[in-house]
Design a protein around this ligand. Structure first.
Ligand SMILES: [Zn+2]
Length: 71
């Protein structure tokens, strides 16, 4: 494994893996594009984080409601 070629996931261009600060991308531009995609929610690691996000507010709401009703 000296100069293994990898394919940039953004532009599909072949790029060297070694000595490439942008790997697995071919350039800073492709890395930025990927980060932008992440930020815009195009990619998702898993549904776990989303589920956690949805559960927290609804749980808060329930506690808030019952406490309000009892008082
Ligand atoms: Zn690229």
């Amino acid at each position: 494994m000296k100069n293994k070629k990898i394919r940039c996931p953004i532009c599909k261009k072949e790029t060297a893996r070694q000595g490439n600060p942008w790997r697995p991308f071919c350039s800073e531009r492709c890395k930025t594009i990927d980060l932008a995609s992440w930020a815009s929610g195009e990619y998702r690691i898993s549904g776990e984080k989303k589920k956690e996000d949805e559960e927290s507010p609804s749980e808060d709401q329930q506690v808030d409601r019952s406490g309000d009703g009892e008082k």
